[in-house]
Design a binder for this molecule. Structure first.
Ligand code: TRP
Length: 409
């Protein structure tokens, strides 16, 4: 039996997803030297990539998750319809190229492979950070446009928000009864978020949102969760809740919940233009909705290094290599060959190639987004329809839960 303990070693407390900029260890061991195939299962929501530090401290369990993910990819190819994916984002700001290559294109790939997709806008989870909670409404509207622009198809996928699905939220209560306070306290991702929080005191939601995340996944009986490494502890909590619920409340028709699998992959890690973690709040991220001119300006100001010759060497030249990688991803090419081609052209040539590559790659996404933005009622209706669909699913699950618990009067 897997346990959340697996991910709770003290050494693993620092999540690679939230590691502060400049520590330079996030991309250690990434498969930078090999091309990233366009079809790569870039399923890391959040863009976090396998980190040898963590795999070394979790007794090989990360390797096990990766092996399992490869097996799942095979099964998705064979029987996509036996999977239901639940994935989501906190509406903290504009989606950017890190999201695009880290998770969005992977969702579209899975959707197009025939897997059913539920995409959650986690507008209650975002309340763990009071600073961003103020612009949630605007962020939600923007994210829906981003989803549609990259190709998430509302005819096949369900896009919804926490706050619109009361039956999902109601699952939190019985679920909370299934976990202990020490288990909540030792979640490494939560610990890390607390360590980096700018807030003076930590809310109860900070400790309990991983259980809420279990409700996000289990309300629709999602059995596959594409995530970055920082989210693995939350998937473990979800598995634990499902298992304990099924044990404690065996339904007449068999177990109520599946034990969902994480789908982890070696998604490439992109740094921001300043060499730190790509994030909108740092002003170092190229957002999907930026104009071609804004993109050019941001890339022009990107940090490089003193060496004239452009090479692809992530360990020693993280800033230059990240720009090369981004160009390579946009061009569907191998970063080493992109770097070799630019070579003596130096940073100026690299930035020219990169600007063109990004703007060309994003042109159709941006055009589609602009078109969608011209009819805000359409996107609003997509979200309303998604919420209604999610609600119907959640209501049915809550009925089963009440039945299994003997709470139907
Ligand atoms: N916790 C995720 C994040 O911080 C967002 C999220 C909420 C999520 N619920 C989820 C992701 C369920 C996957 C599945 O990015």
């Amino acid at each position: 039996m897997t346990s959340i303990l697996t991910f709770s070693e003290p050494q693993a407390v620092e999540s690679p997803h939230r590691r502060p900029a400049g520590t330079g260890t996030r991309d250690a061991g990434l498969p930078h030297s090999s091309p990233v195939p366009a079809s790569a299962p870039a399923g890391a929501d959040g863009g976090a990539a396998p980190d040898p530090e963590i795999s070394a401290t979790t007794g090989g369990s990360l390797a096990a998750v990766l092996r399992r993910s490869a097996e799942l990819e095979r099964r998705i190819g064979e029987e996509p319809r036996s999977f239901r994916i639940l994935t989501g984002d906190r509406p903290t700001g504009e989606l950017h190229l890190g999201h695009f290559f880290g998770t969005l294109r992977n969702r579209v790939r899975l959707q197009d492979a025939g897997v059913e997709l539920f995409v959650l806008i986690a507008d209650y989870q975002v309340l763990t950070d009071r600073d961003v909670a103020d612009s949630v409404r605007e962020n939600v509207a923007g994210i829906v446009l981003d989803y549609l622009a990259v190709g998430i198809d509302p005819a096949r996928a369900t896009i919804f928000a926490h706050s619109a699905v009361p039956e999902l939220n109601q699952l939190l209560l019985p679920f909370l009864s299934l976990v202990t306070v020490p288990e909540l306290r030792r979640n490494p991702t939560v610990k890390d978020e607390i360590a980096h929080s700018r807030q003076a005191s930590v809310s109860g939601l900070m400790f309990t949102y991983p259980v809420h995340q279990a409700a996000d996944i289990l309300f629709c009986k999602g059995n596959l969760v594409p995530v970055g490494q920082d989210q693995l502890p939350h998937v473990e909590v979800t598995r634990l809740v499902a298992r304990r619920f099924n044990e404690r409340y065996p339904g007449a028709g068999g177990p109520v919940f599946p034990e969902p699998d994480a789908l982890l992959s070696d998604a490439p890690l992109l740094l921001g233009t300043d060499g730190g973690k790509m994030s909108k709040s740092r002003g170092n991220a190229i957002s999907l909705r930026a104009t071609a001119d804004e993109t050019a300006r941001l890339i022009k100001g990107a940090r490089t290094d003193a060496q004239r010759h452009v090479s692809y060497d992530p360990a020693h030249r993280p800033e230059v290599s990240s720009l090369v990688l981004l160009a390579a991803l946009c061009l569907d090419r191998d970063p080493v060959s992109v770097a070799d081609e630019i070579g003596g052209g130096g940073a100026v040539a690299l930035k020219r190639v990169l600007t063109e590559a990004v703007n060309e790659r994003l042109a159709p996404v941006r055009a589609r987004r602009a078109e969608l933005a011209g009819d805000p009622e359409y996107a609003r209706q997509v979200l309303r329809d998604g919420c209604a669909r999610a609600r119907a699913v959640a209501a049915a699950t809550l009925e089963e839960v009440r039945e299994a618990m003997g709470l139907r009067y």
